[in-house]
Design a protein around this ligand. Structure first.
Ligand code: SF4
Length: 583
């Protein structure tokens, strides 16, 4: 139950030492995002390179993890290979419950192993396993092998990397329990730099439950509200893939490196098409009754004996945009085969897909040559992409090595920055308009989930900079509270501030409950301070020309509105990073 101090395991891979630390301030930092920013400020060395052994890799959970449904995320914080500054990536699976049942609020990993290593830990275990035999294995095979070697059960999580991580790519993800990922900003590259192939956490302890009738009654009520809404039914039935058709109709779905925002080829990659032709089953993060994870199949032929095997691939809106419409692929089974290769390679699917889309247009325009890429890529032709995924993850030659550092890094080197679909990092699948372009470019995680800007655009709000800025700042602050609680954002309507207060109070955290609003304001600034400590200057952020050229459902973006909003948000970020009040 809620205490006044965080229990943190610090592991030093260089020395092989581990220490349990007790850090006060639960009512101030809450957990999740807030605790991650605090720990990064404590541990990170802004004067050193992102891959210096001294830089930390941090995992945090929240005060409600293990007690309430959909408090399922873990926040992973690190110094990003993409921009050398504070970064957060969020993922579910079994990671959060495993940490909770291992008795930890956070795990901080520093140092670098001499040899490839698997870190295996639990409530009463800490072991460094030689992983030389796993180095070079793909992320899926690594998970399978570790499951067979470490015969655990219950709340166990296996977080691992593939070739992209081993090669320290800025697009490398950390695969979590096969179907979830710390996707963005290169967390997998940080594990690779530490020679850490995998982290296995055994949640092998028990958890005290609150006494009395209040807790079970509140749990039951929240469970009912989570499972009895149209929104949750939508996430379970077709999943986020149902948004593909809607965004295509709205002229907001990026196609072929955002050369278009709508295409009749959508018929082959709608949520219904994936469900009808490929869906095998639903899956869920640990303890989640919704089960939004959709798992389709790809068929693979074994040439030796002409047998077919079926491989399971998780899909969602974002991976379908990145490996489907963005690459001009319009057949669901083909899109899943590319996703499957991306999974094996341990690439972030959004960054990888957008990078390959840029490379395709760069080849089309003669900005780069097939001599440089070593392969020809064409929109709509799947075979090239199946190979290029591994060339990118493996940093196969100079071109792929430069691209692995980020699409804009490659565009700055070769040319083609105007059509690099980069908004802070490779874009997410929403060409909805000015507010989203500014929000992803400047947002703390450069994530479509930093705020609901794409929904704001779709509301067709008037072009009012003050109103849009107020929305961005308020929504960011509200989400900081949720991500510090580590709530799945699909549950954001259920976990309103009053419900969060009730949850905290029933677990003995009335000080947190009383301090929730102040904590949100404080943590919003703290995260920007963590980002600024690495040298982030929001004034220098640019939005590439492609976003001005493409026509969305509202026509082309209004350059004046976009620029004024960009400057206003950048100014607000600078003020927040100085600790000044913006809300
Ligand atoms: S709704 Fe989906 S992402 Fe959220 S906790 Fe449940 S299964 Fe995980």
């Amino acid at each position: 139950m809620i205490t006044e101090t965080f229990r943190i395991l610090e592991v030093n891979l260089s020395s092989g030492r581990s220490t349990i630390r007790s850090i006060p301030g639960v009512a101030t930092y809450l957990g999740g995002s807030g605790l991650a920013a605090k720990l990064h400020l404590d541990y990170a060395k802004p004067e050193l390179a992102w891959d210096d052994p001294a830089q930390p890799l941090i995992f945090t959970i929240g005060p409600l993890t293990g007690y309430f449904p959909l408090m399922s995320k873990t926040v992973c914080a690190f110094t990003s290979p993409l921009h050398g500054q504070y970064a957060e990536s969020h993922a579910g699976g079994r990671s959060a419950l495993a940490l909770r049942f291992a008795g930890l609020d956070a795990l901080v990993i520093i140092g670098r192993s001499e040899r490839p290593t698997v870190l295996h830990l639990g409530a009463n275990i800490i072991e460094f396993m030689d992983a030389g035999y796993l180095w070079g294995k793909d992320a899926l095979a690594t998970g399978k092998l570790l499951r067979s070697i470490l015969k655990g059960s219950g709340h166990r999580t296996i977080m691992r990397i593939g070739a992209a991580g081993e090669n320290k790519s800025a697009m490398a993800c950390i695969n979590v329990d096969t179907y979830r990922h710390f996707g963005r900003l290169g967390g997998g590259g940080v594990m690779g730099a530490k020679h850490l192939k995998a982290i296995v956490v055994e949640g092998n302890n028990s958890l005290d439950q609150p006494e009395g009738k209040q807790y079970p009654a509140l749990y039951k009520d929240i469970f009912r509200r989570l499972t009895d809404t149209d929104m949750m039914r939508k996430y379970h039935n077709l999943g986020t893939a149902s948004n593909l058709e809607a965004l295509n109709e709205l002229k907001a779905l990026p196609w072929r490196n955002l050369q278009a925002t709508s295409d009749p080829g959508i018929e082959g990659i709608t949520g219904e098409r994936f469900a009808d032709d490929t869906l095998l089953r639903n899956a869920a993060c640990a303890g989640c009754p919704v089960g939004c994870i959709h798992i389709g199949f790809v068929r693979e032929k074994f040439h030796r004996d002409n047998r077919y095997v079926y491989r399971q691939v998780g899909y969602d809106y974002e991976p379908i945009f990145a490996t489907g419409s963005m690459l001009g692929l319009t057949q669901a089974p083909q899109v899943l085969t590319v996703m499957d290769e991306v999974e094996k390679a341990g690439l972030d699917v959004m960054s990888g897909g957008v990078a390959l889309a840029w490379a395709t247009e760069a080849l089309e325009k003669g900005v780069v040559t097939t001599e440089q890429t070593g392969i020809d890529l064409r929109f709509g032709e799947v075979q090239g992409y199946l190979k290029a995924v591994h060339m990118l993850a493996g940093a196969e030659n100079e071109f792929w090595k430069i691209l692995a550092a980020g699409t804009m890094a490659a565009a700055n080197h070769y040319g083609g920055a105007d059509f690099a679909c980069v908004l802070g990092q490779e874009m997410a699948g929403y060409a909805t308009g000015e507010v989203f372009y500014v929000a992803q470019s400047l947002g703390l995680r450069h994530s479509h989930l930093d705020t609901g800007a794409y929904t704001y655009d779709q509301s067709n709000a008037p072009k009012d900079v003050d109103k849009a800025l107020a929305f961005l700042l308020e929504d960011e602050r509200d989400r900081v509270i949720l991500t510090s609680m580590v709530a799945c954002l699909f549950a954001r309507k259920v976990y309103d501030p009053e419900t969060l207060r009730q949850c905290l109070t029933v677990l003995g955290g009335s000080e947190l409950a009383d301090n929730l609003d102040e904590a949100g304001t404080f943590l919003q600034k703290l995260r920007w301070q963590a980002r600024a400590a690495g040298g982030f200057d929001p004034m220098t952020v640019k939005i590439p020309k492609r976003f001005m050229e493409v026509s969305t459902w509202k026509g082309q973006a209004d350059p004046e509105y976009l620029e004024n909003l960009r400057l206003a948000y950048a100014k607000a970020i600078i003020e927040m990073s100085r600790g000044e009040d913006k809300n």
